[in-house]
Design a protein around this ligand. Structure first.
Ligand SMILES: [Zn+2]
Length: 224
């Protein structure tokens, strides 16, 4: 295994088995660059590849920050709908982009079965889109569209902040995802909402990004 990686033992909240999960040492997560929708590229190992933990015994999969937060009802649904059909296989150790994609698709499948909230779908779909972007695969757009739909539902239905996501960052993401899928009018209208929110001005980085991406959306619209 790479020096940057280490294993940790956790208890699966669905089947109660002890499992090993792989994490990246935080000192080895060196940021190389960022995209305007917060996709981060790293100098060496990419922690995104290890973000989804998968139980090799029962097929339960979730982003690490919510892996342990599963209700007894959801755990029962996973057992009945996923574990029954699961062929044991390990996701421990080094992951390439394909293995990372498989882990995220399993997390998405778990969300579908447990009727999770839109924000959980939004996060997973956006990350699947990023993995496709890194592979230069056009399915990126399909998953950006899913992410857009779920961030829009989150905006309509939730009280902010939703986890770590504040209202203005959510508005910015809706704008930027609209731009990336070619819906320039919607993008411009959402960027305008961010620019005209007095509260959003407290976040300088967000405002700078908004102005820059607004300009790109305008240019793209003029080019038709
Ligand atoms: Zn399990």
């Amino acid at each position: 295994m790479l020096d940057s990686l280490y294993n940790k033992t956790v208890v699966c909240p669905v089947c109660q088995n002890k499992i090993e999960v792989t994490k990246v040492k935080s000192k080895d997560c060196v940021i190389a660059s960022r995209d305007s929708d917060f996709c981060i590229y790293y100098e060496n190992v990419n922690p995104l590849f290890y973000d989804v933990w998968v139980c090799e015994h029962c097929g339960y999969a979730a982003q690490q920050e919510r892996f342990e937060n599963i209700s007894p009802i959801e755990a029962k649904i996973v057992k009945e709908n996923i574990s029954k059909y699961w062929k044991p296989r390990s996701f421990c150790g080094e992951r390439d982009i394909e293995k990372a994609m498989e882990a995220f698709k399993l997390a998405l499948y778990n969300l579908c079965k447990t009727s999770a909230k839109p924000i959980e779908f939004a996060k997973v779909c956006l990350r699947i889109a990023w993995l496709y972007r890194m592979k230069k695969d056009e399915r990126e757009i399909e998953f950006l569209k899913y992410a857009l739909r779920y961030y829009s539902e989150t905006y309509e239905s939730e009280t902010f902040p939703v986890g770590k996501l504040d209202q203005y960052t959510c508005m910015y993401l809706i704008a930027e995802l609209n731009r990336r899928v070619g819906k320039y009018d919607d993008a411009i209208s959402w960027f305008n909402k961010v620019i005209s929110s007095p509260e959003a001005r407290a976040n300088k980085t967000l405002m700078d990004n908004t102005r820059e991406q607004y300009r790109l959306a305008k240019e793209a619209k003029e080019k038709g």
